[in-house]
Design a protein around this ligand. Structure first.
Ligand SMILES: Cc1ncc(COP(=O)(O)O)c(C=O)c1O
Length: 417
């Protein structure tokens, strides 16, 4: 399958939904993506034909479920190009990106961060890549440094050597900003971190679903992302940990599945990755996530990036033609379109984003309004909230035109009230 948009749209039943008497235009993909019928069917198939616990039973059904479940772990490792994953697979299933980061802040952070050590995050982090480090720094009396951004909401990369220095023990950075659509130069950041022996966590929640991400090439220590933002089910996250680091980690959750031997006094741990997965895992959603990975692979991640970039360029062209940007109504994010994702975020002094979002909803257009879980960034920009349209594989030029037209009309409406 190449990027044949009309064929792709047929796979997403929800796109035929009518909202306020209009066909749904779903532009809230950074919050969560829609699911193709292949994923929905896989979930249904699991519960109707395969439901049983994994890694436990000698019975056939459990064996089949275990094989499918573990096969998806291999698929995910291959998808992000984990080195030697067939020998040892460092993909850990979690609940979401947020849980993946919290686990590392405890399992790696509590063991490795000492008083006065420095942890670097950027000014554009989602709360889930900020608060776990705030709490770790509080526990350890370490310092949290906030890497600044410039007027186009890009990292001020001139300050790289100043911020990532021999005191830095960890850099935890978002690859692609959920609030502004900025794609950060993570390779440059990782290279600088390596020079000073700091570990790097990449928050891939908004990049892994939208572009090729290769951990062998990046050589990062941790990569985290969520299945629900990449056509998969909710309630499932991924934590990748580089082999030499995962071998040093101790588990933080204890119980069934993660043990090798248990006595009344003590326990020893199962092999990696199971030592980090206590209790019954999210079997159904992992298996359905496999169908999402197959779907993305069939289109190709480079094609997905190309499609979103073309739609973004088309949107930027229409925005320029519509002439609504001025000192009062602003579009955030990099000027260079190749540093942008398919996230378009606006703020207008004419009306509150919630009011503009409500008018768009009347037209069947779903966008996100609010702080997008980046309150410190909103405070830094001096705005209470913003309006975000975010694109994905099934969005069309027609939908983008419709959005820009209705957004322009909404601004005019509030200008005149
Ligand atoms: C950049 C980024 N990081 C982290 C998260 C948290 O993801 P989740 O809510 O799936 O844990 C999000 C969610 O929007 C995000 O956009």
């Amino acid at each position: 399958m190449n990027h044949n948009i009309s064929e792709i749209r047929k796979d997403f039943p929800i796109l035929n939904t009518v909202i306020n008497n209009k066909k749904l235009v779903y532009l809230d993909n950074a919050a969560t993506s829609q699911k193709p019928i292949q994923v929905i069917n896989k979930l249904n198939d699991y519960y109707t034909k395969l439901n049983s616990n994994v890694h436990r039973g000698v019975h056939t059904l459990s064996g089949k479920a275990t094989d499918e479940f573990e096969n998806v772990r291999l698929k995910v490792a291959e998808f992000i190009n984990v080195p030697n994953y067939k020998k040892s697979n460092p993909i850990i299933w979690t609940k979401n990106t947020t849980e993946s980061i919290n686990i590392i802040s405890m399992a790696w952070g509590d063991e490795n961060i000492k008083e006065n050590d420095e942890i670097v995050v950027s000014a554009m982090e989602h709360h889930s890549n900020l608060i776990p480090w705030q709490k770790l720094c509080e526990r350890k009396k370490a310092k949290l440094k906030i890497f600044p951004i410039n007027e186009f909401q890009e990292l001020n990369i001139k300050l790289l050597n100043e911020y990532i220095n021999p005191n830095t023990k960890l850099v935890s950075i978002v690859h692609s900003s959920n609030s502004m659509g900025t794609i950060n130069p993570i390779k440059t950041i990782i290279n600088q971190a390596k020079k000073v022996n700091a570990k790097v966590l990449i928050d891939g929640a908004q990049s892994v679903p939208h572009m090729p991400v290769d951990v062998t090439d990046l050589d990062c220590d941790f990569l985290v992302f969520s299945a629900h933002k990449m056509l998969g089910p909710t309630g499932l996250g991924v934590l990748y940990v580089k082999e030499d680091v995962i071998n040093t980690l101790e588990p933080h959750f204890f119980g069934g599945e993660m043990v090798l031997d248990v006595s009344y006094e003590s326990a020893t741990w199962n092999d990696i990755p199971m030592k980090f997965e206590a209790g019954t895992p999210n079997i159904a959603d992992v298996i359905a996530f496999g169908a999402a990975i197959d779907y993305l692979n069939e289109i190709g991640m480079s094609n997905i990036r190309k499609h979103e970039l073309e739609l973004t360029k088309f949107a930027l062209h229409l925005i320029e033609e519509s002439k609504f940007l001025n000192d009062n109504t602003v579009l955030y994010g990099p000027k260079n379109v190749s540093n942008r994702s398919g996230v378009l975020t606006f703020h207008s002094g004419i009306a509150h984003p919630h009011d503009l979002g409500t008018l768009l909803d009347n037209e069947g257009i779903a966008v996100r309004t609010g702080h997008h879980c980046t309150m410190p960034l909103m405070k830094y920009l001096g705005i209470p909230a913003s309006l975000r349209a975010s694109l994905y594989i099934y969005n069309t030029e027609e939908e983008v035109s419709n959005f820009i037209k209705c957004f322009t009309d909404s601004l005019r409406f509030f200008e005149n009230v």
